[in-house]
Design a protein around this ligand. Structure first.
Ligand SMILES: Cc1cc2nc3c(=O)[nH]c(=O)nc-3n(C[C@H](O)[C@H](O)[C@H](O)COP(=O)(O)OP(=O)(O)OC[C@H]3O[C@@H](n4cnc5c(N)ncnc54)[C@H](O)[C@@H]3O)c2cc1C
Ligand SMILES: NC(=O)c1ccc[n+]([C@@H]2O[C@H](COP(=O)([O-])OP(=O)(O)OC[C@H]3O[C@@H](n4cnc5c(N)ncnc54)[C@H](OP(=O)(O)O)[C@@H]3O)[C@@H](O)[C@H]2O)c1
Length: 444
């Protein structure tokens, strides 16, 4: 019996759920290599999910069992594009599944967006999550007022991390240097700003409620921004959000160290400042035929930092079709349009929305499509030979276990929780006894 050989690019939930679905659905033997540009697996579960949401992070326990299952290998530190090309992967495997997520931020497209102090939530999240691409000293929280643009769950995460005390985050895996910087934070007031009404906010009720329970911040909404919402016929979730937001407008400040103002019907028109961010100019909005429309009434919110949390965006992979309109890989039920033996799953397939679990059914669809047409034995070349000729030695699953152990040791040594993240590729590679790579091999 010939074994089907599949490469999955990206080890986030979509990649790992695809590996699981392929193994479970296939009646024939399948060998799966999960390639990952970082030395560590799990994508946004490790470098996105907020550090204080430990129960959500525990999904990694489920994902690890997939990586540990027979016939599945983890190859960390291998990037599609710089270490290996799509064509080379197709020469090595019967099928390739792209699951590289959505790594970069969407832009507001307003003046001042590039001023120092105007920060993409993607970078800020990467920073407090200890992502290898962002150094631990990337941010100093020396602004007293921060404006967070967007009212989705990422904005809620960012606000919560800014509002909590460093002590409240001590038991999490936040890198030690990040924790020091959070402890030195001068932030006093946070403005979270939605361009539409409370009934249009994208955050979920559970996450919103958590903001109301912060012990270090007084949370407030303005009655005229939350009272008018017509929630008749809307979902329980939305009615719940609006109810909570209305209840906050009646709250009396308790003199807590920080204040959180959740604002609505304000769209950013300019980030202000001569050499760095000093504030944000907002225009009051209303909906006309369902579209956000400016009213010509303006307001300036002072802020030394503007955090833009308006969604993520996928990036094109070299040699792989990409739709620049939807910013996804065009596909039918997971099969890449116009590309033989190539498939896609997760945020790269459907855009940057949905919780971790959404990727499971999505990946199952892609696996079904792949298994219905894949022919084992198509590929002749071995990826290991190609990588070793290029001087690329992948981080193995055992190497990853050594990194995990080092992070647990660090937590013990610091008297913190279960693990404290190591930051930067050199530290991660040193933890598994590996020297950092000097040069990445270039695909032909
Ligand atoms: C800040 C944030 C917090 C979130 N919190 C929650 C939460 O609390 N609960 C919840 O249910 N959902 C949460 N989500 C949503 C959830 O994380 C996503 O639904 C999920 O991670 C998407 O999975 P994915 O595999 O498509 O992408 P990712 O998780 O982004 O995985 C993509 C992987 O591909 C790798 N990769 C990228 N390019 C390459 C390349 N060229 N070569 C090799 N590898 C590559 C990346 O390094 C990454 O590991 C959150 C999302 C964000 C942005
Ligand atoms: N705890 C969790 O479960 C959790 C945590 C984090 C993330 N996630 C998930 O991850 C996904 C991504 O979350 P996200 O918060 O990045 O995205 P999101 O849910 O799409 O929210 C994006 C927010 O940005 C606003 N926005 C977009 N463009 C804007 C502009 N030009 N000006 C002003 N505001 C603008 C949107 O407003 P409009 O609605 O008006 O466009 C919306 O409020 C979501 O599915 C989310 O649920 C889940």
């Amino acid at each position: 019996m010939v074994t089907l050989r599949v490469a999955i690019v990206g080890s986030g939930p979509a990649g790992i759920y695809t590996a699981e679905a392929l193994s479970k659905q296939s009646g024939e033997p399948v060998e799966i290599d999960v390639l990952e540009r970082l030395p560590t697996p799990y994508g946004l579960v490790r470098y996105g999910v907020a550090p204080d949401h430990t129960s959500i992070k525990s999904v990694a326990g489920y994902l690890r069992r997939v990586l540990e299952s027979p016939g599945t290998r983890f190859l960390g530190g291998v990037e599609l594009g710089s270490d290996v090309s799509a064509d080379e992967l197709l020469a090595c495997y019967d099928a390739v599944v792209y699951c590289t997520g959505a790594m970069v931020d969407r832009h507001l497209g307003i003046p001042g967006e590039d001023l120092p102090g105007s920060v993409a939530a993607t970078d800020f999240v990467n920073w407090y999550c200890g992502h290898p691409d962002v150094p631990a000293d990337a941010f100093t929280l020396d602004a007293e007022e921060v404006a967070v643009i967007g009212v989705g769950n990422v904005a809620v995460d960012v606000v919560r991390v800014l509002a909590k005390t460093a002590d409240e985050l001590r038991g999490t895996d936040v890198p030690e240097e990040v924790l020091d910087r959070l402890a030195a934070s001068r932030v006093r007031r946070i403005h979270m700003i939605g361009r539409r009404g409370p009934e249009h906010a994208k955050f979920t009720l559970k996450e919103l409620r958590e903001l109301g329970e912060l012990t270090n911040a007084d949370v407030r909404t303005l009655p005229h921004e939350v009272e008018g919402a017509d929630v008749e016929g809307l979902s329980r979730q939305i009615r719940g959000n609006v109810e909570v937001l209305r209840s906050w407008s009646a709250r009396v400040p308790q003199g807590r160290p920080r204040a959180l103002d959740v604002r609505f019907w304000l769209r950013p028109v300019e980030i202000l400042g001569a050499t760095r961010v000093e504030g944000i100019r907002l225009e009051r909005t209303r909906l006309v035929d369902g579209r956000v429309t400016g009213t010509g009434e303006f307001e300036t919110v002072p802020a030394g930092m503007v955090l833009r949390s308006v969604g993520y965006r996928s990036v094109p992979l070299p040699g792989v079709p990409f739709d620049t309109g939807t910013m996804t890989v065009p596909n039918v039920a997971g099969k890449v349009t116009g590309a033989e033996r190539q498939y896609v799953a997760g945020w790269l397939k459907r855009g940057p929305t949905g919780v971790i679990g959404t990727n499971k059914s999505d990946a199952a669809e892609t696996a079904r499509t792949l298994l219905a047409e894949a022919v084992p034995g198509t590929a002749a070349t071995k990826l290991d030979d190609l990588l070793s000729a290029r001087g690329v030695t992948p981080v193995t699953y055992d190497d990853w276990l050594a990194i995990e152990a080092a992070e647990a040791d660090l937590a013990r040594a610091l008297g913190r929780g279960e693990r404290v993240k190591l930051v930067g590729r050199p530290a991660l590679l040193a933890a598994c006894g590996r020297a950092p790579r000097d040069t990445a091999g270039a695909p032909s």
